[in-house]
Write a protein that binds this ligand. Structure first.
Ligand SMILES: Nc1ncnc2c1ncn2[C@@H]1O[C@H](COP(=O)(O)OP(=O)(O)O)[C@@H](O)[C@H]1O
Ligand SMILES: CC(C)(COP(=O)(O)O)[C@@H](O)C(=O)NCCC(=O)O
Ligand SMILES: [K+]
Length: 243
């Protein structure tokens, strides 16, 4: 099967056998929206008989994906009131991003029966809670690390545009670039730590394109994963034949 996680910056995908372990991919990749057309070749020749797609990137991306997918009838995955023992406690369950529901499902697959804080650091950062009993209790949405950095440059006269760096900046930075990076990384990590403090004995799972910059700043124990959304889509595919 083909699993696709279309976010607001990149489209991540994996080919998996139905009986493969979570995260055990036959092939996988990621492209930014501008390079979407390359997916046609990447997805050819795998003998795909089923495609599950989570798309939070809007209708234009949905249409482009539909034209590139190796199947004419993909399954467009959406958040549901309940799936595979995960209960969606959003007031309006379908309002929840498909990727957030899939991420929670993926986290629960990897750590069944555990309370979980699920953080995905992408275009936006989302920090969600799942109880040990399987209730998705909701969470936080904040600008992702890249958006925080670029919005500071856009909204001020004197602050430069910058990107995150490998090295963690000191909390009390002595120059502008480090001060910006320190502030934005602290905001990301701080949101995750607040969620962790509110959900006792939770395991913290951190994923997404910017996870490598955020996770090292965490003062709570965590497990970092490449793409928890794809793991959740795999679990969803196994749990349901007609999503
Ligand atoms: N090659 C890359 N291209 C763009 N963004 C990247 C790349 N590598 C890491 N990033 C960071 O990851 C974020 C995108 O992560 P991703 O999980 O793909 O987001 P989304 O699911 O929203 O598309 C960007 O905002 C940026 O901070
Ligand atoms: C919060 C999101 C923008 C995250 O998107 P991403 O950063 O993965 O591209 C997406 O999950 C979304 O559009 N959610 C709908 C609103 C909600 O979940 O409440
Ligand atoms: K996200």
């Amino acid at each position: 099967m083909l699993l696709v996680d279309a976010g607001n910056t990149r489209v991540k995908w994996a080919i998996a056998h139905a009986d493969a372990a979570p995260g055990e991919w036959t092939a996988h990749g990621a492209v930014v929206h501008a390079e979407l057309d390359g997916l046609k070749d990447a997805w050819a020749g795998h003998g795909v008989t089923r495609a599950l797609v989570s798309n939070v990137a809007g209708t234009a991306i949905r249409e482009r994906l539909a034209a590139l997918l190796p199947l004419s009838q993909p399954e467009w995955f959406g958040a549901r009131p309940e799936l595979a023992g995960l209960r969606n406690r959003y007031r309006n369950p379908s309002q929840l991003g498909a990727d957030r529901f899939a991420a929670a499902l993926g986290a629960r697959t990897l750590a069944p029966g555990q309370a979980l804080v699920v953080a995905t650091c992408g275009t936006a950062t989302t920090v969600d809670g799942v109880t040990a009993g399987g209730d998705f209790v909701g969470g936080m949405i904040l600008p992702g690390l890249g958006l925080m950095l670029s919005s500071l440059a856009r909204g001020t006269a004197q602050l430069p545009d910058t990107s995150a760096q490998e090295a963690l900046p000191p909390t009390f930075a002595d120059n502008t670039l480090d001060a910006i990076r320190a502030g934005c990384v602290a905001a990301q990590a701080g949101a995750i730590e607040r969620a962790f403090a509110a959900l006792p004995a939770a395991l913290c799972i951190v994923s997404g394109g910017a996870a490598g910059h955020v996770a090292p700043a965490l003062s709570v124990p965590y497990r970092m994963l490449d793409n928890i959304v794809l793991v959740g889509l795999h679990a969803a595919a196994i749990a349901s034949t007609t999503p």
